[in-house]
Design a protein around this ligand. Structure first.
Ligand SMILES: Nc1ncnc2c1ncn2[C@@H]1O[C@H](COP(=O)(O)OP(=O)(O)O)[C@@H](O)[C@H]1O
Ligand SMILES: [Mg+2]
Length: 583
């Protein structure tokens, strides 16, 4: 038992600090718990002991004395009820506050974890950890905290009465009965606790599966209809639910075996006591002993439940800590070097990189002067996007280094680094906000006029004004749907507004209709002026802007030069080019 308490302290201990902002409420809540516990465990049996002889005396006492003695009981129950209420209210307040802080911490942590973390873990699973497991943990925290002081106080009070009366009335049997039943009860509680931890973890994992399935199902709403996958999806969801039910019932089983078991033991104990009292003709005083006896069982029952709740909480905590303690594989430098004014020189010095086992970039050596436009071409899977992702340090290279103005990207703060880089990629994510705010995401201080100006440069101004609410239109998930070309132009407007010295365009013109393409083409020609640009393009029309073209194949820089030179000398480049124009 004590070992369990110690283990629980060790497990939950690191989070006790979170009680600090609510320590007043928490301590006050515990105090009320102590009052409530003392009123139940000690107060009621003791009053019983004092009042019964007076009330049951022969001849009966005077009316007002009778009423006076009996009135003590509602009063004691009143104290118990009021303090019980404030106990639960205040402690729940503290528990909720701790939970919200944990959620906040997890969410904050996720903002800084590297991209690779999100490739390893699905959206649904992470959502289940942040929301579902945190909720489970909150239930545990509140229920445990409620009983934290109240129950020990109750049992201490009750045992106090038991000991006092046993000695006074020379009835040692009660003590023996009490101690005997406790020993019998502890073993099954511990057994159930061990079983429960494993099962509870499985339940939480399954609920992660469920939210992942739902998340995927909702994201793939078009594909499911297009490929007639409804039956398959229904089956998969049903299976996840079935597994959840199976495991949940096991948790419910262990959780609920405890309470009736303890109650049964309690009743057996009380029954034995009643028979003994009758046989030995014990007088009224001993009824108080029965009361104390009863008040001992309640806390034991609660201890049992608390023990199991803590195990359930451990399972949830483990899953939350998976995120909270996830290693940041792209750590911030301890003493960041200042970039200061960035001119825009970008060097890949003998860079080799891999996501997992296979090398994706091999010894890439690429020096780009400020203000140069570099186009990366090559078959898909060649490593073009990977090169682009290394500049804002979405990943760390294993060999060599990536430098901005001669400074290793690992040595500067990622916030500063990224403030000098604009990225326009194939699919633009729009937040569920107005167009105005969506364009402003990268430059929060920009005035409305500056936003309009950027939109004009991006050929977005006209179509935005045609929308019902113009720049105030809410786009994104719940708002107006925009076409691919329109979203792209908003992304370009973002880049115009941010006006960063380094620009990354990853297939910014793919999947566009020809009207959009022409406009975007013109917008990009303006945008790239004076910037260091990495351009990944399917369309050779865009590549004409480039000063240098790098041909990538299988993670290796195969050739580099201006178009005419490459067309004459590199077969892969010639092939890619002809393929597009002969179509
Ligand atoms: N997150 C990732 N985890 C593991 N492998 C990846 C990841 N992203 C890309 N790859 C692999 O790296 C290689 C290069 O991918 P990428 O840079 O996207 O190529 P490109 O942009 O030229 O089409 C591919 O073989 C791809 O499968
Ligand atoms: Mg790519």
């Amino acid at each position: 038992m004590f070992k369990d308490i110690k283990a629980a302290f060790k497990r939950y201990g690191p989070y006790l600090g979170l009680l600090k902002p609510v320590r007043k409420q928490f301590i006050l809540g515990l105090l009320f718990g102590a009052i409530s516990g003392a009123a139940s465990g000690f107060g009621l049996p003791f009053l019983l002991y004092k009042a019964l002889p007076v009330v049951m005396a022969d001849p009966p006492p005077e009316f007002w004395i009778l009423v006076g003695y009996i009135a003590i009981f509602p009063a004691a129950m009143g104290v118990r009820a009021v303090s019980g209420f404030f106990n639960i209210y205040l402690v729940s307040y503290a528990g909720l506050s701790v939970l919200l802080q944990i959620q906040q911490k997890v969410h904050e942590k996720m903002q800084w974890l590297p991209l690779s973390f999100f490739h390893k873990n699905t959206v649904g699973d992470l959502m289940a950890r942040v929301l579902g497991d945190a909720m489970a943990l909150q239930q545990v925290l509140t229920s445990v905290a409620n009983d934290l002081v109240k129950q020990p106080m109750t049992i201490v009070g009750a045992i106090g009465v038991l000991v006092y009366l046993s000695i006074k009335e020379q009835e040692t049997l009660f003590m023996l009965l009490f101690i005997g039943t406790i020993v019998l009860i502890i073993f099954p509680i511990q057994y159930a606790g061990r079983k429960l931890l494993k099962r509870a973890r499985q339940v939480q994992e399954t609920s992660g599966d469920i939210s992942r399935t739902v998340g995927e199902n909702i994201s793939a709403v078009r594909e499911i209809r297009a490929f007639n996958l409804q039956e398959r999806e229904i089956g998969a969801f049903g299976q996840a639910l079935g597994r959840f039910r199976h495991l949940s019932m096991k948790v419910i089983k262990y959780q609920n075996l405890i309470r009736p078991g303890i109650e049964l033991m309690g009743v057996v104990g009380v029954s034995v006591a009643v028979v003994y009292m009758r046989l030995k003709n014990v007088d009224y005083e001993a009824v108080a002993l029965l009361g104390a006896f009863y008040f001992c069982y309640d806390p034991i029952k609660k201890f049992g439940e608390m023990h199991l709740a803590l195990k359930r909480g451990e399972a949830a905590l483990q899953r939350i800590e998976y995120v909270l303690h996830a290693e940041n594989t792209v750590p911030e430098p301890e003493r960041p070097v200042e970039l200061g004014e960035v001119r825009g020189r970008v060097d890949f010095n003998n860079v080799s990189f891999r996501y997992l086992e296979d090398w994706v970039l091999k010894d890439v050596d690429l020096k780009v002067e400020p203000g140069t436009v570099v186009a990366l071409v090559g078959p898909s899977g060649a490593g073009k996007t990977t090169i682009a992702d290394l500049i804002p340090r979405f990943y760390d290279v294993q060999q060599g280094c990536v430098c901005i103005d001669g400074k290793d990207v690992k040595s500067v703060s990622s916030v500063e680094l990224r403030s000098f880089i604009s990225v326009v990629s194939q699919d633009t994510f729009l937040f569920n906000e107005t167009i105005l705010d969506n364009i402003r995401v990268g430059s929060p201080d920009a005035t409305d006029e500056q936003v309009f100006e950027a939109a004009r440069h991006a050929f977005a101004h006209d179509f935005i004004l045609e929308l019902e609410e113009g720049y105030g239109t809410v786009v994104g998930e719940r708002g107006t749907r925009l076409s691919g070309g329109q979203k792209q132009r908003i992304a370009i407007a973002r880049a115009f507004l941010k006006n960063a010295p380094i620009l990354i365009l990853d297939e910014a013109t793919s999947a566009l209709d020809s009207e959009s393409e022409e406009k975007i083409q013109r917008a990009l020609e303006q945008l790239v002026q004076g910037k260091t640009v990495f351009m990944i393009a399917h369309r050779f029309a865009t590549i004409k802007m480039a000063d240098q073209i790098v041909v990538m194949e299988d993670g290796v820089m195969r050739a580099m030069g201006p178009h005419a030179e490459l067309y004459a000398s590199d077969v892969l480049y010639k092939g890619l080019y002809d393929q597009q124009f002969l179509k």
